[in-house]
Design a protein around this ligand. Structure first.
Ligand code: Q0Z
Length: 300
């Protein structure tokens, strides 16, 4: 598939579900140290990008991230947003952001035990080297939220958890401490808001950058289902894998006999059926609705 370019912007790089652009020579933004970040409707599961996309997903996640930036700015937490005036082709899902000196580590905070944290705990009783009490299980609330940094892997590779000591070696002790404090503060604010809205923010990944004054600035997309684990609070029950707020229908269908797909094969997954696409879109809209208290359907 070839994507038409965006007027005034040159494609820089793409992740699984997002695209990054830099200003073209002669454009409105040239020389202003900005980037255009675009969330697409692509969805990934089991390390594959699926087809078709989820209509509106890019808009919903971008608008949710913007809502969080607004909530967090009110608490004095700065972010990379410069403008939402973007080419009409990406209206609602593109944002112009400050080009930052990105911190070379993922700032992950976990309030609940699951995923790679659970795997480490079962091996060693620790998560990124932090000792935890015995008796925790999949989905348990942690005694307190943990900062569990990881490496930023090259595209296609998986991030690796690292200890705080390894983080200090990598980015310096002072920046490591500032990163941890900022990430824990943002998580605490967001977790409380999410809980009040019926969503458990099990864990979340932040990317921070440094501005021209070396201040830490919250970057990337924040506190969306793509950067976090959201669990519906009404279904939370430790001791089993928690259903994912957004991708559960997709995962259940892909691993069911109905899909005819073998997750362990090299085959690309089959096309998602319309009813799975529709149910998944509704879950993204529901997350937006619960958190913000507003409807977004008019934009989709
Ligand atoms: C974000 C990414 C995407 C692919 C670089 N404010 C910033 N300044 C400098 N760099 C970034 C940001 Cl957000 C930056 N990524 C992640 C986003 C497509 C990769 F839309 N990479």
């Amino acid at each position: 598939m070839t994507a038409a370019g965006l007027p005034g912007w040159r494609h820089l790089s793409s992740g699984k579900v997002r695209d990054l652009y830099t200003p073209e020579a002669g454009s409105q933004w040239e020389g202003q140290d900005v980037l255009l970040m675009v969330a697409t409707d692509r969805i990934s599961a089991y390390d594959h990008v699926l087809s078709p996309g989820i209509p509106g997903k890019g808009i919903i996640l971008t608008q949710l991230s913007l809502w969080w930036f607004e909530q967090l700015a009110a608490e004095g937490i700065g972010n990379h947003l410069v403008s939402t005036e973007v080419p009409e082709e990406v209206a609602g899902r593109g944002v112009v952001v400050r080009a930052l000196d990105m911190v070379e580590a993922e700032a992950i905070v976990r309030g609940y035990l699951t995923g790679s944290g659970l795997a480490e705990y079962r091996e060693t009783g620790t998560v990124t080297g932090i000792e935890l009490p015995e008796g925790l299980t999949d989905g348990s609330a942690l005694p307190e939220p943990l900062f569990t940094p990881s490496t930023k892997a090259e595209q296609g590779d998986h991030d690796e958890n690292i200890s705080f000591e390894q983080l200090q070696q990598s980015i310096g002790a002072d920046l490591a401490r500032r990163l941890r404090d900022a990430a824990l503060r943002v998580y605490a604010l967001a977790e409380a808001k999410a809980r009040a809205a019926g969503i458990i923010l099990a864990d979340t990944k932040f990317e921070f950058g440094l501005d021209s004054q070396r201040a830490l600035v919250l970057a990337d997309e924040v506190l969306t289902p793509d950067s976090s684990r959201f669990w519906p609070a009404e279904d939370w029950a430790p001791g089993k894998a928690q259903p994912s707020f957004d991708k559960q229908f997709v995962r259940n269908w892909l691993t069911s006999d109905a899909s005819g797909w073998d997750r362990n094969s090299d085959d690309a997954p089959p096309e998602l059926p319309a009813h799975i696409v529709a149910a998944t879109q509704e879950r993204y809209l529901d997350a937006y609705r619960r958190l913000t208290g507003s409807e977004l359907d008019h934009l989709i």
